[in-house]
Design a protein around this ligand. Structure first.
Ligand code: SF4
Length: 406
């Protein structure tokens, strides 16, 4: 929606997945199995999930040669998925739950047979449509407010289910259990949804026109470029232009004697340089990734080659063999094993989420033993929603009246 030319520019670009994305897919699969089968995620502890382009499901059922990555349901995954599953069940009490619901979006995008898949759609008994999205990432917090992905799912769900029940309002929910125990919600009127639907139609028309006529109408922005394959693969001229404008220079070789440098003291201010940092960092990441991908694919990038990287950490070939050998060397228990008390996070997993009265009592008792440092100051743009960090001047400067002033 943000960049009409991106569809043309992304065409044919590889969809470079990541372990983070695959882990998220595995967690989504586990969540859907639990919601559909009405079981607790702990049922699947230690079971393995396969994630590939062609197949996502239990490892034991995977078709031969499906490739992809392998994920074991650990206690950590079980705990986070359980938080999400419990929340969805709570939303669905007294209503109807649809899990991994495919939703046609053709009426808005115009693409034949286009569909989205919503993690959970709920029709409550009192006419509310709830669209829930599980985000398994723990990096950036995603907000449901005017979230385009969820708004289009809600539109499609409204279209799909309005015959089943009288829907009068909608609620968009993002649950990111590794960041927030409780889901984030955004109530949304049907009028807002339909107005958004018109925006989608308009953006889709412009994008399709660009695509059909071969125009690259590029409109770079953080929101648009973030997930764009052209940007990630360092293929976008608009991003390159933005970068050269931001750093105020072209790709001149500054080691050459005729290189043009601004006089000392002129050129961009510190704030202007800071504003360019984010863009430069993303651009560097994209260029490094693209060069690596080219070399892995056997394509030459003049001046660069693949070499063996740094060795990994040493580990025992077989822990049981190592343990037996160490024992035979008569090592003391405290020499052989490293044991330390569990962290508050691990304790919370044991007591905090079980919800039974004795567990809650024990967890409450532990709470008084926990301390947590405040976050240190960090630089953010002025538009950031967090309040300004108040520096404690007394702590940051020496007492100028003292004799040992540095
Ligand atoms: S990187 Fe940004 S500007 Fe370039 S095509 Fe993608 S979304 Fe558009």
């Amino acid at each position: 929606m943000g960049c009409p030319g991106s569809i043309l520019l992304e065409k044919g670009e590889p969809d470079n997945g990541s372990d983070f994305a695959d882990e998220g897919t595995a967690a989504h699969f586990l969540a859907s199995e639990c919601l559909i089968g009405n079981v607790h995620p702990a049922t699947y502890l230690s079971r393995a999930i396969r994630v590939s382009d062609a197949y996502t499901g239990w490892e034991k059922d995977r078709p031969e040669g499906s490739g992809g990555t392998h994920w074991v349901v650990t206690a950590e995954m079980e705990s986070h998925v359980n938080t999400y599953v419990q929340a969805v069940r709570k939303y669905a009490e007294g209503g109807t739950l649809f899990v991994e619901q495919r939703l046609p979006i053709t009426p808005w995008t115009g693409e034949p047979d286009a569909c989205g898949t919503s993690d959970a759609v709920i029709l409550t008994g009192d006419g509310e449509l709830i669209v829930v999205d599980l985000k398994y990432g723990m990096g950036e917090q995603v907000s449901p407010e005017r979230n385009k992905q969820l708004m289009i799912y809600a539109l499609a769900a409204h279209e799909e289910f309005s015959l089943v029940g009288d829907i009068t309002s909608a609620r968009l929910v993002i649950h990111q259990p590794r960041v927030h125990h409780a889901p984030l919600e955004w109530p949304c009127s049907l009028d807002e949804l339909h107005a958004f639907g018109e925006e989608v139609k308009m953006a889709a028309r412009v994008a399709v026109e660009c695509y059909n006529e071969g125009h690259e109408v590029l409109a770079p922005s953080d929101a648009a470029c973030r997930w764009c394959k052209a940007g990630k693969n360092a293929k976008c001229p608009a991003r390159d232009k933005q970068l050269t404008e931001a750093i105020g220079a072209d790709f001149d070789d500054l080691t050459k004697p005729d290189a043009q440098l601004p006089p000392v003291g002129e050129g961009p201010t510190l704030a202007q340089k800071m504003a360019a940092c984010d863009l430069i960092e993303k651009w560097i990441k994209a260029v490094r990734g693209k060069v690596e991908a080219e070399l892995f694919a056997g394509n030459a990038v003049p001046g660069y080659k693949l070499v063996q990287g740094k060795k990994g950490n040493r580990q025992w070939l077989d822990e049981a063999d190592a343990e037996a050998t160490l024992k035979s060397m008569r090592l003391k228990v405290e020499e052989m094993y490293s044991m330390k008390v569990i962290s508050p996070t691990s304790a919370e997993k044991i007591f905090g989420e079980k919800g039974t009265a004795p567990s809650v009592k024990r967890w409450n008792k532990l709470q008084s033993l926990i301390t947590q440092k405040d976050g240190g100051p960090s630089v953010a743009p002025e538009s950031d929603k967090r309040p300004v960090y108040v520096l404690n001047v007394a702590e940051n400067f020496d007492d100028e009246t003292g004799s040992d002033m540095a």
